[in-house]
Structures are given as C-alpha cells and as structure tokens.
Design a protein around this ligand. Structure first.
Ligand SMILES: Cc1cc2nc3c(=O)[nH]c(=O)nc-3n(C[C@H](O)[C@H](O)[C@H](O)COP(=O)(O)OP(=O)(O)OC[C@H]3O[C@@H](n4cnc5c(N)ncnc54)[C@H](O)[C@@H]3O)c2cc1C
Length: 262
C-alpha cells in the first residue's frame, strides 16, 4: 500500500505520479517494460480493495471487487523510496479517471512486477513506437540504451499540447505523430489504427552494414496489429527482433495484453 507523494502534469494527456511508503522495501524493476498492477478505487473517491497475497501467491485475483490495471514502472529510486508511474488521462475507465484527479496523500495498492524482462540493449539500432500507454516504457528504453545506439522513436498523441518532455540524446530521432483533435464520442474508438504504422514506415531499419537492430512497440491493440503486420509481412523483418504488443484495446475494459488479440 503506497501513498501519492507528488503529481505532475506531462502535457495534457499524461500525469506523472510518485508513490512512496515502507511497503516498497524489496521492490525492483530492471527492464524497460517491467510493469506492476495498480489497484484503483472502483468509484471516484471510493476505497481501494486490496489484493491478498499468501506465500508469494495472489489468492483473490478473481474477486470482482478488485479494480486493477497494468502500468509500467517509470522509475524506482531505492534511495528516495519512490516509485514513479506515468498514467494516461482519459474519461473511459477507472485508471484514466483516477489519473485525471490524482492528489498527493491518496493511497493506492501496487502489486508486482511479477517478472523482469530484459531485452537486448546492445544492438546497433532501435525503432520504438508507442501511444500514451506505451510511452513510459519507451522513455525507459531511452534511459537504458547505451549512448552509441541509433534510435528512431515514434510517439502518437492527440496533438502538440500532449507531447511530453523527452531528454535529448545522441543518435535519437524522435517523431511526434498527431491524431488531430477528436472532439466528440469515444475518442479511443475514433482513432485511426494505421497512423503509427504509416509514420514508422518512414524509418530506416538498418541495411546490410548497419548491424542488428530491434523494433519495439506498445499501444492500442488494433494499431499494434497493423504495425506488426507491416514490419513482418511488408518490411520482412525477422519476427524474433520485432516485439510489438497491444497494451489496451479501444472499446474493451481491462484488456488482456497476453490474449491473442494483443
Ligand atoms: C504491460 C502494460 C503496461 C502498461 N503501462 C502503462 C503505463 O505506463 N501508462 C498508461 O497510461 N497505461 C499503461 N498501460 C495501459 C493501461 O493498462 C490500459 O490503458 C488500461 O486499460 C487503463 O485502464 P482504465 O481503467 O483507464 O481503462 P479500462 O477500464 O481498462 O477501459 C475502459 C475504456 O477505456 C479506454 N481506454 C483504455 N486505455 C486507454 C488509453 N490509454 N487511452 C484512451 N482510452 C483508453 C478503452 O477504449 C476502454 O473501452 C499498460 C498496459 C500494459 C498491458
């Protein structure tokens, strides 16, 4: 159980939340995509129903009163005893709504990370693609990749007001991809699933002399499916060096990123 220490706006559609408390003892997150489950109040202002863990196993996972979603660990500093998450703000689910009104002093439960995934960080080139949900992991990639790596990064957001600060680094070419304002209905459903794919198509994926590379993507599931198909079927990249995952799906609450639709 952790307490919100700070909340910071990162552009119009993301908020950075720093959590702290004695329960962080022993916490670790080593890989860029390591994630934890955040337990939210089901209703705004309500109490958080807690996961029950016995002998290291989560025993009440099927309890319908639990409201949890996956979030990438953005940073963890054992010295300051703080873990930081960047949350997309939207009106369609408990996570997005909680993020919109998060305040210091609020209490949240966090479970995980269950495992740590360490992708290769020593290749010559990387192409990274994400929307808001994948952006914290993309920023982690940028933090962790060594200085010599050539990185082309593509980030899809609503518009210029939703861009977030990204530290400059040698060899980084960053492209913001704007959806344009979607003013009515369910903005998540109105998105064009090919926008990010079309932007990534401008990337150079390394020639014969460029050494090995890696393509990583995370975001809305239909957009990720279009991207994966393009990379493998059209660009002919080896499947083993393409890691593209649907982190959420338009119109689906609590989408399972391990399902075949991801
Ligand atoms: C491994 C992993 C790591 C993730 N890391 C992050 C992270 O660091 N930060 C982050 O913000 N998200 C992250 N996500 C995505 C996040 O878990 C989902 O977006 C989740 O659905 C949000 O829960 P919710 O309660 O807001 O919406 P839900 O209740 O799950 O869904 C309700 C509705 O909200 C809509 N919706 C869901 N997510 C979004 C969105 N991002 N934008 C617009 N509409 C949406 C859907 O259309 C759905 O119909 C991650 C997901 C995975 C699998």
């Amino acid at each position: 159980m952790l307490t919100v220490r700070r909340v910071e706006d990162l552009g119009r559609s993301m908020r950075r939340v720093a959590l702290g408390g004695p329960d962080l003892d022993g916490f670790a997150a080593l890989g860029p995509t390591d994630h934890a489950k955040i337990f939210f109040p089901a209703q705004v202002g309500g109490a958080v129903v807690l996961p029950e863990v016995r002998d290291g196993a989560w025993v009440n996972r099927d309890d319908a009163a639990l409201t949890w979603r996956d979030y990438t660990v953005r940073t963890y500093e054992p010295a300051s005893g703080e873990v930081v998450f960047d949350l997309a703000v939207h009106a369609h689910g408990p996570g997005g709504r909680w993020a919109a009104r998060a305040q210091p002093g609020e209490r949240l439960a966090v479970l995980g990370p269950g495992t740590s995934k360490l992708p290769p960080l020593d290749l010559a080139w990387y192409v990274l693609a994400a929307d808001e949900a994948g952006l914290p992991a993309l920023l982690n990639w940028l933090d962790r990749l060594p200085g010599g790596a050539r990185v082309q990064a593509f980030v899809e957001v609503d518009g210029p007001g939703c861009e977030v600060p990204v530290p400059a680094r040698d060899g980084l070419a960053l492209t913001w991809v704007h959806r344009g304002e979607v003013s009515t209905g369910d903005a998540a459903i109105a998105r064009d699933p090919n926008l990010l794919r079309d932007a990534v198509a401008s990337a150079s994926f390394g020639g014969a002399d460029d050494g090995a590379g890696w393509v990583w993507g995370a975001g809305e599931a239909a957009a990720m499916r279009a991207l994966r198909r393009y990379l493998v079927a059209e660009r002919g990249l080896p499947r083993a060096s393409v890691d593209v995952t649907g982190y959420w799906r338009a119109g689906v609450a609590h989408f399972d990123h391990k399902s075949p639709e991801a």
